[in-house]
Write a protein that binds this ligand. Structure first.
Ligand code: SAH
Length: 219
């Protein structure tokens, strides 16, 4: 990521450091790759200009079309759950603002991201271009079908909640790879990690969470 000097400021960078200390590190996130990426990516560019100062607060913010940019901690928790080493090929379902896409693009080799709402996908593309995140491909499509042409992926991250695992995604994870997704059971949501092994899937529940719904298209 280059040319950042015009897109960032010392004040915003200070707010960003404080965000990391108070809301991310304080809650136990330790992965240095995640922390470094979140320190580098100017989160304020992914929200409306009027909300810039609030971009470093401990909450989700509206990004239009009834969608939100996730709370910083949720971004850190889900990215850490992917257990990245660098060099991976990742599929993200639900580009939203593109903020997490940018974080992932700092860590891995290739990010493929699917977004259902055209306006959001287009806006995310613009910000990612501004930040020169050239290892990101975005498509406006229903993500529950995955991205077959580019499969298998080292990991898939689903950033919207549903009550079942989109089956097509399971086939698109390589053996040894991971699928991270929020699952809904009644009133509660839990973040789940599925590891694809030779013998089948290992499931781990990582903790409670809160996401917007994954919208399945009919048919
Ligand atoms: N991590 C993102 C937040 C994503 S919000 C950020 O920080 O900005 C979830 C996104 O998933 C929304 O943009 C929503 O439009 C999208 N979404 C919901 N259902 C989808 C589907 N079936 N396919 C692709 N995207 C979907």
């Amino acid at each position: 990521m280059t040319g950042m000097s015009t897109l960032d400021s010392p004040e915003l960078s200070r707010l960003r450091k404080r965000m990391l200390e108070d809301f991310v590190v304080a809650r136990g996130i330790r992965d240095p790759l995640v922390l470094r990426a979140m320190e580098k990516v100017p989160r304020h560019l992914f929200v409306d200009e009027a909300l810039r100062e609030r971009a470093y607060g401990d909450y989700a913010l509206p990004i239009g079309d009834k969608q939100t940019i996730s709370q910083p901690y949720i971004i850190a928790q889900t990215t850490q759950a992917l257990d990245l080493q660098g060099g991976e090929k990742i599929l993200e379902i639900g580009t939203g603002s593109g903020y997490q896409t940018a974080i992932l693009s700092q860590i891995v080799d290739h990010v493929y991201s699917l977004e259902k709402i055209p306006q959001l996908g287009r806006r995310a593309r613009k910000v990612l271009d501004l930040l020169r995140c050239h290892n990101v491909a975005i498509r406006i499509l229903d993500g529950t079908y995955g991205w077959k042409e580019e499969a298998p992926f080292d990991a898939i991250l689903v950033s919207a909640v549903s009550d079942s695992i989109p089956e097509k995604l399971l086939d698109q994870v390589r053996e040894g790879g991971r699928l991270i997704l929020p699952l809904e059971e009644g009133e509660s949501q839990h973040l789940v990690r599925l590891l694809k092994t030779e013998a089948g899937w290992e499931k781990e529940v990582l903790g409670p969470c809160r996401f917007v719904p994954l919208v399945h298209s009919s048919g």
